[in-house]
Design a protein around this ligand. Structure first.
Ligand SMILES: [Zn+2]
Length: 297
């Protein structure tokens, strides 16, 4: 499991003890389930997305919130997002944190920003909460950002993606993290991946994200990958155990191997091995009993 990261200092700056409590709950949930649950700043949702998150695998997001203020690209204006715009950073080999700091430092006076950055190793940074506007997809170039903010930036979440070379193609690990992130965003916000995910190119004409403008089929595949990730089979955590597992499950409760909660939740190999040992022992005992009865008769 990847390391659980959280920036408590930033959480406190951004506003409340509740955030620290949320982070602690996230760490606890990660320890129990193997998934990182980080839900203190998930935009429209205030409840834990834990149940929705179970089917997705690991999604680790590190808070690196920008300092509030227009000069940092964080105006604090409210956003009720209708979709997501994908960008490439257009700076080959640059890291997620370097791009984040570029925004933090005012982006050369432009006050640009985004909600998330996906890095070269698939790391994900959160710069702005989903319910706040970011400055990433202005209507046209040469227009003041303040004016542009009334258009696309009022509609879309923005994700910047790092890339190793000038083609702008995302590496496999970066691509996978991006798919997971966008699937999670679509799931939580009710977005349709085929209709509500846009390239920067689609909303302003800018050649961004370059590789996916030059290769429309790769872009179509991206949306499909998001769709497939959203619809991957998710275990029903509240369902009763399967018939084949029921006796072992009941034995497990009786012998304090499990408390009987979440029968379809993730299990460690250790837990699995206990279950398998139980089944093997039972089978062996049955065989012995059967042999004994033959003898007695
Ligand atoms: Zn862009």
């Amino acid at each position: 499991m990847k390391k659980v990261e959280n920036e408590l200092a930033l959480a406190l700056i951004s506003g409340a003890g509740i955030l620290a409590v949320g982070a602690a709950a996230g760490v606890l949930a990660a320890a129990v389930t193997g998934y990182f649950i980080d839900y203190e700043l998930v935009g429209k949702e205030s409840k834990s997305p834990q149940s929705e998150r179970q089917g997705f695998g690991e999604l680790v997001i590190t808070n690196k919130l920008l300092t509030p203020g227009a000069s940092h690209g964080r105006t604090g204006q409210k956003l009720d997002a209708k979709g997501v715009v994908i960008h490439y950073v257009a700076n080959p080999g640059s890291t997620a944190i370097a791009n984040r700091n570029y925004f933090e430092n005012g982006s050369e006076g432009n006050g640009t920003s985004c909600h998330y950055i996906v890095g070269l190793q698939g790391e994900i940074l959160r710069l702005i909460p989903e319910n706040e506007r970011a400055m990433h997809a202005g209507k046209a170039y040469g227009v003041a950002w303040a004016t542009q903010a009334k258009t696309n930036n009022s509609t879309y979440l923005g994700i910047e993606v790092c890339h190793p070379d000038k083609t702008g193609k995302f590496s496999a690990v970066t691509y996978k993290a991006l798919v997971e992130l966008v699937a999670d965003i679509c799931e939580r916000n009710g977005f349709n991946p085929y209709q509500d995910i846009q390239r920067h190119y689609d909303v302003t004409g800018k050649l961004c994200p370059l590789y996916y403008v030059n290769n429309p089929s790769a872009w179509e595949k991206f949306k499909t990958d998001v769709y497939l990730t959203m619809n991957a089979s998710k275990p029903d955590l509240e369902a009763e155990p399967s018939d084949w597992a029921r006796t072992a499950w009941e034995w497990g409760i009786e012998n304090s191997v499990t408390d009987g909660a979440r029968p379809h939740g993730a299990a460690t190999r250790q837990v699995c091995s206990i279950s398998m040992t139980y089944q093997a022992t039972r089978t062996a005992n049955r065989a012995t009993q059967s042999t004994n009865s033959e003898i007695c008769r």
